[in-house]
Structures are given as C-alpha cells and as structure tokens.
Write a protein that binds this ligand. Sequence first.
Ligand code: PMP
Length: 449
Amino acid sequence: MCADHVFPRHTRVDLPVVVAGDGAWLIDANGKKYLDGCGGAAVSCLGHSAKPVLDAVKQQQDTISYAHTSFFTSEPAEKLADKLIELAPDNMERVYFVSGGSEATESAIKLARQYFLEIGQPERKHIIARKQSYHGNTLGALSAGGNMWRKAQFEPLMVPSMVHIDACHYWRFAEPGEGEFDYGQRVANQLEEMIQQLGPQNVAAFIAEPIVGATMGAVPPVEGYYDRIQEICKEHGVLLIMDEVMVGCGRTGKYFASEHYNIKPDMICIAKGIAAGIQPLAAMLCSAEIYRAIKDGSGFFQHGHTYLAHPSACAAGLAVLEEIESRNLLERVTELGAKLEAGLQKAFGQHPHVGDIRGKGLFWGLELVTDRQSKSPFDPKLGIAGRAKKAAFARGLMIYPMGGTIDGKSGDHILLAPPFIYEDEHIDMLIERLALALDDVFAEQQIAS
Ligand code: PMP
C-alpha cells in the first residue's frame, strides 16, 4: 500500500498505515496491534468497531446522507439536539451542530459578540481566556488559546480583542505554602482584575476548559475556583463559555464535565467523543437568553458552514449517546477511572521522573520532571514527551504527548484517555506498557546526559 501522497503533520516522520480497528485496538498493515490508550486525542470513546453506530450511519446514508441546513433540518439532528438539551445544565436551550472542536469554539466566540450587538451593547468585544489553554487551530480559536507553542509563529493573530489570565494549576503554579482554596480564589480573582482593567462594559465572554486538556495534561480545577469565576461573570454580565471539546461527552464520568463543579455556563462546546470519531461532529450549546436575543433581534446567527448538522454525523452522535445510556457507560467510566487512577499511583506514584498524576474519569495526565522535589521540567529540546509517545508506540500502546514548551514554566506530559469499552485487563496492559516505555526513555536519557 502506498502512503506517499498524504501530507502528514510531521513531514519527517514515517507513519504506519492503519487497516483495521477492533474494540480497544488498532491494527496496521503489518498486522501489528496497538492498544488505544488515548482515543487518538480523546476521541474514540467507543473504541474502533462500534457496530450499532456504524449501522446507524449506514442506515442514515441510505435514507438521506446530506441536506443543507438553509433548506432542511433532519430527524437525527433534531433528536440528538433534544437529548443533549435534556442532559445539559438546565439553562441550555439550543444546539448548533458543526464538524469539529475549532468550529464549535469559533461559533461560541462569534455568538457571544453577536449576542451583545443584538441587545444593544456593541462595545462588549473582549474575550478573556487563560494561559496554557487550547481552544482550536483556526485563527479565532487559536487567538483565544494560550498555548504559545501552537500560536507563536502565527503572531500577530487576527483577533486582537483576546486577553489571557493565569490557568488554574495548583501543583505547578501555587506559591510556596499557599492552600488549594486560596490559590483557586487568587487565580479566579484575576478575572475580576482583568474585567476591571478592560472595563466591564467592554467584555463579552470568558472561555475556559472545565478540566484542562492537552496543553497541561488533564488538570482539574481546585475547589471553589469555578464558584468564584461564575460569581464574577454574573456580576459583570460577562458570558461564560465552557470548552468541553475534550472532556465532554462522558469522558469524566458525567456527560458534561461542568456538572462536576456545578457550572452553569451560557455556552458549552463539545466535540471529540460526541460521535466517537466515527463521523466528524461537534456542537455548541447555548442558553435560552442568547437564543432569544438572536431570535427576537436579527433572527439570524451571522455564521455557518457547509456541513452544519450533517445528518449522517448526527445519526452517529445519536447512536453513540444510545450506546452510552444503554450500556451504562458513564458508570463504567467512573469505575474504570478509579482502577486507572489506583494503577497509575501504584506504578508511578514514586517514579523519580513522574512529578504529578491528575485527572478525572478516563482522562488522566502524568507530568514528567527531572526530579520530584524541584518539579523542574526537562529541557524542551530533549522532546521527552515525544520520545515517550514513540517508545510506547513501539511497544504497541498509543498515548498522547505534549512537550514542555508552555511559557517555559510547565513541562512535558502524557495524556491518557482510553475508550469507555475497555475491559479491566486493558487498564493493566496500558500501565504495564507505559511503565516499560518510560523505562526505555529514561534509560536512553541517562545515557544521553
Ligand atoms: N478545544 C479543546 C479543549 C481541544 O482539546 C481541541 C482539540 N484538541 C479543540 C478545541 C479543537 O478541536 P478540533 O481539533 O476538533 O478542531
């Protein structure tokens, strides 16, 4: 098979050709099997052969595979929207279906701007986001993100009205002796300070991930952080956008990760697991208030893409939700997550180069450090996380790496986001292979240093 005409992201890397998927496994053209420990990028929540979803897509394609949303809605889109609204925090009213996470966050940012135009507050243009965050790779979403590695070479970005406050990452950024709660209040209060600096009348929205994903490696907020954030947003009429592209759709044991922290956002973005990677699908949910402002105002969200609410993609999304419900997969995520956490703590809790193990449900991060005491990151030039990915891949395990290039402060980490359909033994296998891979990397590293 020829793999020479596809433009890969890393042009100096040869990739194996994937030919099959079977539950938790992917298989390449040479017959080598890889245990999926990260769902690609937290996407393949049902593994790689979810027949009910594949059947639902085929059936939809036999019925009507595509119809433009300026002419028609479709049954799978309507049914999936109903289900998502049923599951979402109770102020959510409408669902806007797009094809990927960046499209979802771009939609939310534009809708925030349009909402304020519709209600006669056109000065509200600023969007506040957080450092070390990621909201997508298109230029608007990239501007919102605070991942310097991804955005630096494209500066100046196109959206000048984006500003950033600190992330909430106690283990990495707290002052010596500072308690968790106090730290959370201090960094949340930066939102208040930023709003005051910009003038509350000029601020449209605050966007953040409830649990930070790839950029920092599965970092949950500390207690009280989101209570304070919500208080501040409410007080100043600033919209709260939760980017659940990575952590939504059951990944953390609840369908929406916001539920863990009692967050009632004005908009929520989901993607990745919504259609389990079987079709490209994402969604932006918005509150009744926002929807009504558009409906009673211009009546038209000034946005759109060719593949909005694609019927075959929505059919996949609906079938994924049915699988999650009928197989009690949210409970299973919590159960497997507890096993994964215990296993990671046992295998790596005292590992000299694993500084922190954190996460929720089936979403876990390991931060790699030169030594546990100093928490010092490795020199980014060593590419430790990338080497770990390579070593794990050689041992038949997929993990998601992120390099230590974040403002020079945070370090390499590995993200784990296995499918919800894992058997218990897959967790053991993942940990065993990961331990061997890290041994490979640090043996090499000692020789090199
Ligand atoms: N937001 C978050 C939190 C993400 O993790 C990602 C993708 N990793 C995106 C947005 C962008 O999604 P996509 O790659 O589907 O455009």
